[in-house]
Design a protein around this ligand. Structure first.
Ligand code: SF4
Length: 397
């Protein structure tokens, strides 16, 4: 299937919507009431610093809801208002935030169930309205919903669409897309569906492995086993690594994405010479602005003399996890939580260490005065950050 032609014809359909329905300002005031916080506003005005008793909070200068997430949530609210009597579904969580997703459930917006790692669309019927989340949906899903005769409300963030355009460019020139991302993440699943040949690399270690294979060869079966489920069907590392296009999931760690692109560029130069670089290599940085700003703010925040860091966001939120990585690199004790109920007044916290399951930590707030850094991922509303700050202050004071 020509994904570009399909997308264009879908966008021209009367059953496809990617702009709001004209209730924008009304919805924004509803969302402000539900998700904004006067305390966070005060902290912003106070140069991102807040003191209460023995606790000093330092808030990152960029954190929380990004433009793309706000837009997606607003469109979902608008969809409910615009189609009051229709059955409405979302192909996935609208964003990676449990409280926002819970709110949509309360508004009678259903989530497509995942059974044995596959989404079960059998519940969706002709005439239903289906919302595509901020991180997009695969071409196969869009086609299926279109074939079923659904109305599609597409909230895909334009930054994500930009990545899709990049891999379409690779495909047009018969380059293999090297996608820096998590192959199971919904955004990367969607991006892969627009690519021709592709390989998803998670980190520097995997990028180095691929580059070593390009330069020195290796065992094809071992290669395919290492990247099981992370490459296009029929991918052959002996032939499909000669022309490479780099793209990335919008929410990866910026510094790592830059390094990965550099490693591939150097490898291609070594293999084919600099004169033919453009015949073998193209790279687009598709990290989104919001992710960059939040990571830059975090890098600034960890320079302060903090005792610990609290990172707030959904446990499956990629951009939140990368914020936590920055704290860990600085050897700062950091606690990733999804909401304030993880903090208990007996000075314990249930948190998710990087790459591990939830753990309970006792006496996490030390005696005496403490400096706490706080940040949150792009899917976290201010009201959740407020609740966390209040809980820390109540526990400590
Ligand atoms: S994090 Fe970036 S790509 Fe994702 S929704 Fe926000 S602005 Fe869009």
């Amino acid at each position: 299937m020509d994904t570009k032609i399909f997308k264009r014809s879908l966008q021209q359909s009367e059953h496809y919507h990617r702009k709001g329905f004209g209730h924008g300002s009304e919805i924004m005031s509803v969302m402000s009431a539900e998700y904004q916080s006067s305390l966070i506003q005060q902290i912003r005005q106070n140069n991102y610093r807040w003191q209460e008793g023995k606790v000093t909070i330092h808030l990152a200068k960029a954190f929380g809801f990004c433009w793309g997430v706000e837009r997606a949530v607003a469109m979902a609210y608008e969809t409910r208002q615009h189609f009051p009597n229709k059955r409405i579904w979302i192909t996935n969580e609208i964003i990676h935030n449990p409280s926002v997703n819970q709110r949509l459930l309360e508004m009678n917006v259903g989530f497509i169930e995942v059974i044995n790692n596959h989404k079960d669309f059998s519940i969706v019927a002709k005439g239903d309205v289906v919302i595509l989340p901020a991180f997009g949906a695969s071409v196969t899903e869009m086609q299926l919903l279109n074939d079923k005769g659904c109305t599609i409300v597409d909230t895909t963030c334009p930054w994500v669409s930009k990545v899709w355009n990049s891999v379409e460019k690779h495909k047009k020139r018969h380059y293999t897309s090297i996608i820096h991302g998590k192959y199971l993440h919904e955004e990367t699943v969607a991006t892969s569906s627009f690519a021709g040949n592709y390989l998803v690399v998670l980190n520097l270690e995997q990028a180095n492995y691929v580059c070593n294979y390009i330069l020195n060869g290796g065992n094809k079966e071992d290669f395919l086993d290492k990247f099981k489920n992370a490459h296009s069907p029929g991918f052959n590392p002996n032939y499909d690594l000669e022309k490479l296009g780099i793209a990335n999931q919008t929410t990866m760690l910026k510094s790592e994405t830059e390094q990965i692109s550099e490693i591939f560029e150097k490898t291609i130069i070594k293999k084919y010479g600099i004169a033919t670089l453009n015949d073998h290599f193209m790279s687009f940085n598709t990290i989104c602005n919001a992710t960059q700003e939040r990571q830059d703010a975090m890098l600034e925040l960890v320079k302060k003399k903090l005792d610990l860091m609290v990172v707030i966001g959904g446990f499956n939120s990629s951009n939140t996890t990368h914020l936590q990585e920055i704290a860990i690199e600085q050897q700062l004790p950091s606690y990733h939580i999804d909401n304030a109920t993880r903090i208990n007044l007996n000075n314990t916290i249930e948190h998710k260490p990087l790459g591990r399951d939830l753990e309970l930590k006792e006496n996490w707030l030390q005696d005496g005065s403490i400096m706490v850094g706080v940040t949150s991922g792009a899917s976290t509303p201010d009201i959740v950050v407020e609740a966390v700050i209040k809980k820390i202050c109540t526990t400590k004071n």
